[in-house]
Design a protein. Sequence first.
Length: 188
Amino acid sequence: MKVAVLALQGAFIEHEQMLQSLGVETFQVRQLLDWQQHKDALIIPGGESTTQMRLLQTSGLLHPVRQAILRGLPVFGTCAGLILLAKQEDGQPRSGLCTLDIDVHRNAYGRQLGSFHATGNVAGIATDFPMTFIRAPYVRRTLSPDVEILSEADGRIVAVRQGRQLATAFHPELTADTRLHQYFIETV
Ligand code: GLN
C-alpha cells in the first residue's frame, strides 16, 4: 500500500512518520509529477487552509486531486485538511476541494482557546482518543445524510466520515495514538 501525503504546507511530516510507523509506504505530493505516482489513499494535513488552497491552485493539483476523491480515492483530512474538503463555510459555498458535505466554521475557538487538548470517543473506532486542537475548525452541520458524525467535543462535531472521506478537526498525527491512522489504513 502506498499513501500520498499532500506536502504543500503544514504538518505533513508527522502524518508520514505515523504511517511509516504502521509499516505503510508514503510519498509527498508537491507538484503534478508527484501526483502521477500510484497511490491507494491521500492524506491532507493540518496547517493553513488558505495557503494550501493557493498552492493547490498554482501547482495545478486542485482539479486532479478533486477528481480523484470524487472517483473514490480514500482521503483523510485533518484540521486545514477538513476545511479544504468542506463544501461550505459559514453557510456559504467554499472554493476548496469541495467534496465533503459539511459546513465548517474556521478558527472556531477564539484566541485564548487557540490550542487545547481534549479526550473523546470516535464512534466505532476509538474510545478515549486524545484530541489536539490548533486554531481548529468545527463542523456546523452536515449537508447530507451520507455524512456520519464520528465525534463531538463540547457539543460540536469534530470528526466525520462520508464514504471514503474521513475528516477530523483535531490532529491525530500530533499524538502517539495511531488508532485513527490504523483505522484509515484498514478501510483503504
Ligand atoms: N486555522 C487553520 C485554517 O483555517 C487550520 C488550523 C490547523 O490546521 N491546525 O486553515
